[in-house]
Design a protein around this ligand. Structure first.
Ligand SMILES: Cc1cc2nc3c(=O)[nH]c(=O)nc-3n(C[C@H](O)[C@H](O)[C@H](O)COP(=O)(O)O)c2cc1C
Length: 426
């Protein structure tokens, strides 16, 4: 196969990772990594165009307003229902799925692909995956592309003993070579899929392939555009990680990640050893932002942002391209309504916006809507799973704790409606 980079022809197995813009040439035409299209006549294409960064040029990340204010992935919390409700009432700039194991996906242990459900309202929506085997990432990347996700995020920050102890999640900080190999194979999976590799031919169990058409949820009347959905375009790869394993190692770790040009790195300002204790170290995030500057990769800071004012302060102090909010979004999708005012405050130096003032009735109406959507889509899960979400909506108003005590005892949607409908419907 011939490849063209910067107007020159190369005969090589695959493009070099430091190429900015490349095209694949064969008898029939050329494949342009910039526009992700085949061109019948190579002469129609201006090969000298721009110096956009390899692979990331077409990425949705580059079209987001900055600073970006997104929803962080939280296992057991940010499921597809939570994200849809958050998108509808708040509108984060990006959302991530809860992390899911690449092995679980490719071995068919989640035949319904329940961890990879999403709805159109969430876009851009990124599938977050974890694991240790580069080949499993290669195959999972095909599946994630086929499902229509906007990006793939690789979890290199999970501190749990079972995951990090097995070398995945934050365990990858200790094996940077392995982390790089995972990024390379994920990217190769995306390229091969975009170049036409059939999903049924990469060794995925038949049960997984058959589930694909059933995965997308059409909630809130949002249906995918069929023409868009049929396009095979490459999607960007990003990483979410921590400052280090036992100690802060960003001076080594971040350059190692940057050598693979991920589209974005989200940095949670704690080491694995800290888990969620203490305070996130935003001074270290600022140092990482300095390392990343000018590389073409975006950096998002994360940790302990509970208000729009804190988001503005952290962005100003560190120069990150954006932030992810996790725990602050529980029971509070409205926090993302402040995205535009956060951007204005950062740009102009104006006073940061106050958080939206939401009446108790509106909070409880959304709690009920959340529970209804959960009930319709919970599959084999118990309705009780929704209790933690209900509890989170009961914050910041008179008699909230009394009401919370009642809500965390409900067993069915009926019981919940009996409590909330009189309040919500007046
Ligand atoms: C319950 C819970 C589950 C989490 N699950 C994930 C996950 O699946 N993937 C991930 O990258 N981070 C996960 N995290 C970490 C969060 O994304 C985020 O980095 C952390 O909560 C700090 O941000 P915050 O202070 O805004 O919550 C989880 C955190 C919590 C509290």
């Amino acid at each position: 196969m011939d490849w063209i980079n910067g107007g020159k022809f190369y005969q090589t197995g695959q493009p070099e990772s430091n190429w900015d813009l490349w095209v694949k040439a064969d008898g029939a035409g050329i494949f342009d990594s910039g526009s992700i299209r085949w061109y019948d006549d190579p002469l129609k294409r201006d090969l000298s165009r721009g110096n956009g960064r390899f692979m990331n040029e077409n990425s949705f990340w580059n079209h987001l307003p900055q600073p970006i204010v997104g929803l962080a992935p939280m296992d057991g919390v940010t499921d597809a229902v939570f994200r849809a409700i958050t998108a509808r009432h708040g509108g984060p700039d990006i959302s991530f799925t809860e992390f899911t194991s690449v092995d679980r996906i490719v071995l068919g242990h989640d035949p319904d692909l329940s961890d990879l459900r999403y709805s159109e309202i969430e876009r851009p929506v990124i599938a977050q995956v974890f694991g240790t085997e580069p080949e499993a990432f290669y195959r999972a990347a095909h599946l994630i592309c086929e499902l229509g996700f906007d990006g793939i995020d690789i979890n290199m920050g999970c501190p749990s003993k079972t995951i990090a102890g097995a070398g995945a999640g934050a365990g990858l900080i200790r094996t940077p070579e392995r982390a790089r190999e995972i990024l390379q194979r994920t990217r190769q999976g995306i390229w091969d899929w975009a170049a036409g590799q059939e999903i049924g031919r990469i060794g995925l169990p038949a049960v997984v392939v058959e589930s694909i058409p059933r995965v997308k949820a059409c909630w809130f009347s949002q249906t995918p555009d069929p023409a868009e959905a049929a396009l095979r375009r490459t999607i960007p790869v990003s990483v979410k990680t921590r400052l280090g394993y036992n100690q802060v190692v960003i001076e080594d770790w971040i350059p190692s990640l940057l050598s693979e040009s991920p589209a974005a790195i989200t940095l949670h300002g704690r080491t694995l050893a800290q888990r969620y204790r203490g305070e996130a170290d935003w001074e270290a995030i600022a140092r990482a932002a300095e390392i990343v500057r000018g590389s073409g990769t975006l950096i998002l800071g994360n940790g302990d942002i509970r208000s729009a004012a804190t988001a503005v302060r952290r962005i100003r102090e560190t120069g990150v391209h954006g932030v992810l909010l996790g725990r602050a979004a529980m029971g509070n999708p409205w926090i993302f309504r402040t995205g535009d005012s956060i951007r204005t405050a950062v740009r102009t130096g104006e006073t940061p916006p106050a958080d939206p003032c939401i009446s108790p009735v509106e909070k409880l109406a959304v709690a009920l809507e959340h529970a209804e959507l959960f009930d319709r889509n919970r599959g084999t899960l118990s309705f009780r799973v929704v209790r933690k979400y209900l509890s989170a909506y009961c914050r910041g108003f008179k008699n909230a704790s009394e009401l919370r005590q009642r809500l965390v005892r409900v067993d069915t949607l009926r019981e919940l409606e009996a409590i909330l409908q009189p309040v919500v419907c007046g």
